[in-house]
Ligand binder design. Structure first.
Ligand code: ATP
Length: 920
């Protein structure tokens, strides 16, 4: 199919060939069959890493090699139990690592799948929005500004259509497209003006195409191998942690070498000292951390989906937590985007319109009285022009009326229907000849309609101030006359009054056009128009936004509204929603034009609302805030917003009203277009970072506890309180599940009461570093105290004479003499305290400042389960037959367990007391 010169053929001939047409498109059944035949419309992705390779990758680690070497050496020396036990631990560690990484990989894959693009396709005579991957050859696809072209197609119709084909041809200037057949069959891709290609985007205008090829058969598919995106992108935190992790490995290896040398100096056998050091190194290095970070990020991102936030680029999650400014569009994000025409200014009078929503039931009244005949005719005329310059459709869904398309246009259709005018009927009488589509920079649109008379009819609608500028005449009392200064003053006054009441105002104009050409230049059609009237519609604020704005302010986040709407409308909505606090002001795009960049940088923090702005202004605003050192989140929907969205620290696109191009440029998509969801995303972003910090805090303080215990014992010349196999076990029992459970902890309730985190902030700053060492010291202290305590009460010296025991047992032991306590029992106790105190400590890490009893013991059930499971495993290995030989432990008595639990709670109790003092 790819060898045919589609561009030289008539569109109708192509459609015949492909068994389709522009009236009904393909039937669902045919589309289903073609999907089976041609496959999904997608580019083949590079194979991910296979599970086997992922598992084998777990052994590709220097420390693990040493551990395996140690196993082999132990085996040769006949230490079979040790050798097998260490091997088992290595394998269990690899399995845990594999599960964590596999899960992380799967979660990331799920995220990638969520960002599917949709296309509007004609099937069974109806327009459907379907995932672009389901498009098949023969489908009729509708295109408009901001859409990505989903497959290669031949245009059947186009109105001012331009596409950007840089992804294929490298040419970034938009190409003008038309549906006319071309002559030269050998034209290069870039010159095939009647074709559109997968992966290119529509920059302006609209069109309709019939799909010719899909997936790997498209022009993009042919070069897909060359442009496939390189692997996954690490977040700044992941990159920082990698560097930090390397430093940590050197530090741990340094300490472990010291312990090794001390052991040798104490004349421990070389193998034992070696095994001990290797085990300690394994335990001290938080090798599971990268996977935990990925899982915390990926699961957090999945949690965000439930709050209507779709993260497209993982690094955005971190930036979200640092957001200091949110710049938001008004229409649809702060407001409901459910418009109803409330007032119509026509024939010099302001008429009230009753009714709710898009329901076409309602009346027109002037001063609470029915309209006079001439007023009724003039109102109907204004609405008629609005309907003929309109791309929306009203649809009845059971009992409610819905709009397919732009709500502003839907509101006009509904108001017109109240006057008895239905789009379908009018369109038949006045078929479309050409269109200059709406664009938020132009703030207007126009159509040229064929009429039953010997003229065309130009219909224009747009922002009232913009429309008035295009007019030279006015239609009033059923007659045409020149538009005077007084008329303009009256119209502007009326516009201001309506905007003051937070109404969105649309101006309506028209003119007869004596032209033969079907696609005339807007410079001709959109000038010397006749002013017909104004339509004012309500767009109520979303009820949850006011609270969300207040939450932002409490969280130290500045909120800014940027809208294309009238200054007064923006002002009224801004006031109502709490944007205009602290004497911050409202300015218009024209004022912004007069401010040089340096002045704007100084003033930007004083401006809360920008009205009548264009996409270009948005870019300036983002740059000014960024120059101030702020982390800026910026929303966008239209194709022109893409540069500002890209420039923002966090570019946000709208899931419902957003164009593909803006979505593609954005870091995240708000699936319900709601400002409150952006605030929820910031909250989650802060929470995810906080949780990762908790996991790191926990892992490092526990590891510090293990190292310090062995270091102190070594320095004090005590028999080592833990065996290598025990240290390896601790690594499994405490590092895995509890650290993961902390990584997915519930977001702290006070998280939005704290100021935003600085983006340059180190995840482990000086304070946290000191806290980690201190808590590690407490864990080591509890372990050593439990060890010495059991030695003391099992020694031959009578308990009670503590000073005597110190002088006669402990000090001589430190100097190389005997120690008569029950060493095996003391080691079992120390081993248990090391594990259980770390489990208690995991609860400390849930919040560095607030007591567990304030945040709630049961608010992280996963942590309770994880610690409960680890505790049960610890008790089990002490009592399960044979495992005592492997782990070199012995069953303990009740009084040992009481002591173990007593010492294990030490770190928790001390931290709770400190938190208590910190609070007061
Ligand atoms: P925001 O940027 O907050 O979403 P907005 O939706 O009001 O603002 P635009 O879509 O750029 O901004 O609209 C700017 C102006 O253009 C509106 O105030 C309105 O007067 C006019 N307008 C909006 N939609 C249409 C439309 N479909 N046809 C004609 N004019 C429109």
């Amino acid at each position: 199919m790819t060898d045919i010169s589609w561009h030289t053929m008539q569109a109708s001939e192509i459609m015949r060939n492909l068994g389709t047409n522009t009236d009904s498109g393909l039937s669902h059944v045919e589309a289903e069959n073609r999907l089976k035949k041609y496959g999904y419309n997608q580019l083949e992705e590079k194979e991910g890493i296979s599970p086997l390779m992922l598992f084998l990758g777990q052994f590709n680690d220097f420390i693990v090699w040493i551990l395996i070497a140690a196993t082999i050496v132990s085996g040769f020396l006949g230490e079979w139990v040790d050798a097998l036990a260490i091997l088992a631990i290595v394998i269990i560690n690899a399995i845990i690592g594999f599960i964590q990484e596999y899960r992380a990989e799967k979660s990331l894959e799920a995220l990638r799948k969520m960002t599917t693009l949709f296309s509007r396709v004609l099937r069974n005579s109806e327009i459907h929005s379907i995932p672009s991957r389901n498009i098949v050859p023969g489908d009729i696809v509708l295109l408009e500004a901001g859409d990505y072209v989903p497959a290669d197609g031949r245009l059947c119709s186009s109105f001012s259509l331009k596409t950007q084909e840089a992804s294929l041809t490298g040419e970034s200037t938009p190409v003008v497209k038309s549906a006319e057949p071309l002559q030269n069959p050998l034209l290069p891709i870039g010159d095939r003006e009647n074709m559109v290609f997968m992966g290119t985007s529509v920059t302006s205008g609209k069109g309709m195409c019939v799909v010719i090829t899909t997936g790997m058969h498209t022009e993009l598919g042919k070069i897909a191998g060359l442009i496939q995106e390189a692997g996954k992108e690490d977040t700044p935190l992941q990159r920082k942690l990698e560097v930090f992790g390397k430093k940590l490995v050197y530090l741990c290896l340094g300490i472990v070498t010291l312990v090794f040398l001390l052991e040798l100096w104490r004349k421990d056998p070389l193998l034992e000292a070696f095994l001990m050091s290797v085990s300690l190194a394994v335990a001290a290095i938080p090798e599971g951390l990268p996977a935990i970070v990925t899982i915390a990020l990926a699961l957090g991102v999945q949690r965000m989906v439930k709050r209507h936030v779709l993260i497209r680029k993982l690094p955005a999650v971190e930036a979200l937590g640092c957001t200091t400014v949110i710049c938001s569009d008004k229409t649809g994000t702060l407001t409901q985007n459910e418009m109803t025409v409330r007032k119509i200014f026509a024939n010099g009078k302001t008429v009230d319109v009753s009714g709710t929503g898009y329901d076409p039931e309602g009346n027109f009244a002037f001063n609470n009285m029915p309209l006079s005949e001439i007023d009724r005719r003039m109102v109907t005329f204004v609405l008629g022009i609005g309907v003929l310059c309109n791309n929306a459709h009203l649809k009845r869904d059971n009992t409610t009326w819905k709009v397919i398309g732009d709500p502003t246009e839907g509101a006009i259709l509904s108001a017109a229907a109240k006057a008895g005018l239905w789009k379908e009927g009018l369109q038949k009488k006045f078929p479309l000849a050409s269109e200059n589509p709406f664009d938020s920079d132009r703030k207007k649109m126009s159509t040229v309609r064929k009429t039953p008379y010997s003229v065309f009819l130009v219909c224009e609608k747009g922002a009232a101030d913009v429309i008035v500028k295009d007019c030279t005449k006015i239609y009033i009392e059923g007659e045409l006359r020149d538009l005077t200064e007084d008329d303009i003053r009256v119209i502007v006054n009326e516009n201001n009054k309506m905007a003051d009441a937070a109404l969105r105002v649309i101006g309506i104009a028209f003119k007869p056009l004596d032209l033969e050409t079907l696609n005339p230049d807007p410079a001709i059609t959109e000038r010397d128009l006749i002013f017909a009237g104004l339509l004012a519609m309500i767009d109520p604020p979303r009820p949850e936004v006011k609270d969300a704005v207040a939450t932002c302010h409490k969280a130290g986040i500045t909120t800014v509204m940027i809208t294309g709407d009238h200054k007064n409308t923006a002002w009224a909505i801004g006031e109502e929603l709490g944007f205009l606090c602290n004497d911050r002001k409202v300015i218009e795009g024209v004022e912004l034009d007069t401010l040089p960049a340096e002045i704007l940088e100084k003033e930007v923090s004083k401006i809360a609302v920008y009205a009548r702005v264009s996409a270009e202004h948005k870019l300036r605003i983002v740059k000014a805030w960024k120059k101030q050192g702020s982390v800026v989140a910026m929303t966008g929907d239209g194709v022109n917003d893409a540069p500002a969205v890209k420039e923002a620290s966090i570019g946000i696109s709208m899931g419902i009203t957003g164009t593909d191009v803006t979505k593609e440029a954005s870091d995240m998509v708000i699936t319900d277009d709601n400002f409150a969801s952006i605030v929820a995303a910031v909250e989650e972003g802060r929470g995810i970072y906080d949780n990762i910090k908790k996991s790191i805090h926990y892992l490092l303080s526990c590891n510090a506890g293990e190292i310090l215990t062995m270091l102190f014992a070594s320095i004090c010349n005590l028999p080592l309180p833990l065996f290598p196999i025990q240290i390896l076990w601790i690594n499994i029992a405490t590092d895995g599940l509890p650290a993961l459970a902390l990584g997915v902890d519930a977001v702290d309730t006070d998280i939005m009461k704290r100021p935003a985190r600085r983006s340059a902030e180190q995840i482990i700053d000086k304070n946290l570093g000191l806290l980690i060492v201190f808590q590690g010291f407490l864990i080591a202290l509890s372990t050593l105290l439990a060890y010495l305590y059991v030695l003391y009460y099992t020694s031959s010296v009578k308990p009670g004479y503590l000073h005597y025991w110190f002088l006669n047992e402990l000090i001589p032991c430190c100097l190389g003499g005997p120690l008569t306590g029950d060493l095996e029992r003391a080691r079992t106790a120390a081993f248990s305290v090391m594990v259980i105190s770390q489990l208690f400590h995991s609860f400390n890490c849930r919040n560095a400042h607030r007591s567990l009893f304030k945040i709630g013991i049961f608010t992280n059930k996963k942590l309770l389960l994880a610690t409960g499971f680890s505790l049960a495993m610890q008790v089990a290995i002490i009592y399960i037959p044979y495992s005592e030989n492997v782990f070199k432990v012995m069953p303990l008595e009740l009084k040992d367990w009481i002591a173990i639990f007593g010492f294990s709670t030490l770190v928790f109790i001390i931290m709770e007391i400190i938190k208590c003092f910190k609070k007061s």
